[in-house]
Write a protein that binds this ligand. Structure first.
Ligand code: UD2
Ligand code: MN
Length: 470
């Protein structure tokens, strides 16, 4: 074969090689398609996981194991029922493999900013003459080192806390930034906004609430977490929820709270400085502690892009709500740093349905349903901001009774089957005490498809090398 090939003209050989390569590629595609992993292969079995056995209500109600399984929108890969399994007395257990919570002692760092004696009694006023109606916005991201150097002599305390030395603003502002994977935008934000906060004589702290990889981004829940956690650290009474990509253009846009919850990012360059729709409440908003408590904070059930801001708008505009206000357009001008929508923040297809239920759900969905559904994995007082690395327990949120009516929705099913899970178990009762006979947790394995395509690529490359040497 090789002997014949060497006698052929180079053009013919090249043609053959290309033909062969294309053929091989097609073959690979075919093999890949034909032998794609079955549902079962996509999971790996995990044992020895911690059993999250806190759902005592479900247990005590004795929900039948089988019927409980049937509701689960996850695929049952295999079921095993041990000897003592009995349909009527069986119970379902929920599993969790979330990382253990951080040592709670680090949460206890309190801010301790000193102010000189004279400053304590004097209320701050804003020097209007120092403010500009059009400020220079710099959209180039500096490095972290440059940033830290720039602000090191401004009196910033670890965690990005700052307050004016010579007066007392009487308002403690927590700037809360829902965040995931936008490092360069954060640098642009800090570079432009720290000088503004200081110029406005604010007593402020910046809290970046960073959602760990996993389920789609949950902006509203991160803001609730920021509210709760910053309140543990300082005596804040005004909370400004801030998209990381928005930079204020008018210095008269004062970062304070008003009598009613306030929408601050009214006109944005990306939308040609036009108000997108009435009662919009996304971007930058300011709410006092009382406002937040009155509306039970934001909703926790909006995973992915969209809807969560309108949900808050409805909460505050409800007849018993605190009402909505916004700054005049000319003052609420912002630039949005250019960005694409992340894959990890896909559009929430359930948002319109959820929005129909806001007024029925808000009392049970929000600050009141936050406890135990997230953990702070790390909390760091970084030089320019406080970093809260957060894990959101999407399963716990979506298994809430309030979400029962949406459970069959494809978006919810998708969220529930993400990454994890399935258990097959044979729990039973012996002597009144619960015993679990066998639990297998299947964790979705991302490896097999990835490995296959990698192997496939290797095969093609090896073939190509052999062929070119023919
Ligand atoms: C609009 C709203 C925003 C929010 C969003 C829908 C305005 C000006 N903005 O923004 O408030 O309601 O629609 O959810 O009305 N983020 C990350 N990492 C991610 C994804 C989001 O950090 O992977 C944060 C970041 O702070 C970002 C914000 O969430 O600024 C909003 O997300 P976006 O910028 O992708 O959405 P956008 O611009 O459509
Ligand atoms: Mn944006």
């Amino acid at each position: 074969m090789a002997a014949i090939a060497t006698q052929l003209p180079i053009r013919v050989r090249l043609k053959r090689m290309t033909g062969l390569l294309v053929g091989l590629l097609l073959l690979q595609a075919l093999i890949f398609y034909k032998f794609r992993p079955t549902e079962k292969q996509r999971y790996t079995r995990k044992r020895d996981l911690t059993l999250n056995n806190t759902d005592s209500r479900r247990e005590s109600e004795g929900i039948s194991f089988l019927s409980f399984l049937a509701q689960y929108p996850v695929k049952i890969i295999s079921s095993f029922y041990g000897n003592s399994f009995s349909v009527n007395t069986s119970y379902a257990y929920r599993m969790s493999d979330t990382p253990s919570k951080v040592n709670s002692s680090i949460l206890k760092i309190k801010d301790s900013v000193t102010r000189n004696a004279e400053g304590l009694n004097k209320t701050c006023s804003i020097q209007e003459t120092a403010l500009a109606r059009r400020r220079m916005v710099n959209l180039n991201p500096p490095s972290w080192r440059e940033l830290e150097n720039k602000f090191k002599d401004t009196g910033l305390l670890p965690g990005g806390l700052w307050r004016p030395k010579n007066c007392n603003p009487n308002v403690h502002v927590a700037i809360i930034i829902p965040f995931r994977g936008r490092d360069s935008q954060l640098r642009v934000f800090l570079n432009n906004m720290i000088p503004l906060f200081q110029k406005q004589n604010l007593d402020y702290g910046i809290f970046v609430v960073d959602q760990r990889e996993g389920p789609p981004f949950n902006r509203a829940m991160l803001m609730n977490i920021g509210f709760m956690e910053s309140s543990k650290l300082g005596n804040y009474n005004c909370f400004i929820f801030h998209d990381v990509d928005l930079i204020a253009e008018n210095e008269f846009n004062i970062y304070r709270c008003a009598e009613k919850p306030r929408h601050m990012s009214v006109l944005i360059d990306k939308y040609n400085y036009k108000v997108l729709y009435k009662d919009i409440f996304g971007g930058v908003t300011a709410l006092t502690r009382e406002h937040m408590q009155k509306v039970n904070g934001f909703s926790n059930v909006y995973f992915g892009w969209g809807g969560e801001d309108d949900d808050m708008s409805k909460r505050i505009r409800d007849k018993n709500g605190p009402g909505l206000s916004s700054v005049p357009g000319e003052i609420g001008r912002y630039k949005m740093i250019k960005h694409q929508h992340e894959k990890s923040n896909p559009i929430n297809s359930l948002r319109w349905d959820l929005l129909k239920s806001t007024l029925n759900m808000w009392k049970s969905d929000g600050l009141s349903s936050l406890e135990g559904r997230y953990s702070i994995l790390k909390l760091e007082r970084r030089p320019l901001y406080t970093w809260m690395y957060t894990d959101v327990d999407e399963k716990a949120i979506l298994w809430d009774d309030a979400m029962a009516k949406y459970r069959k929705n494809s978006w919810v099913q998708y969220l529930l089957t993400l990454n994890h899970t399935f258990i097959t178990a044979s729990p039973s009762i012996s002597d009144g005490a619960r015993t679990i006979h066998s639990i297998d947790l299947f964790v979705k394995s991302p490896c097999i498809p990835k490995c296959l395509s990698f192997i496939s690529l290797c095969v093609i490359s090896i073939c190509a090398i052999i062929l070119t040497n023919l």
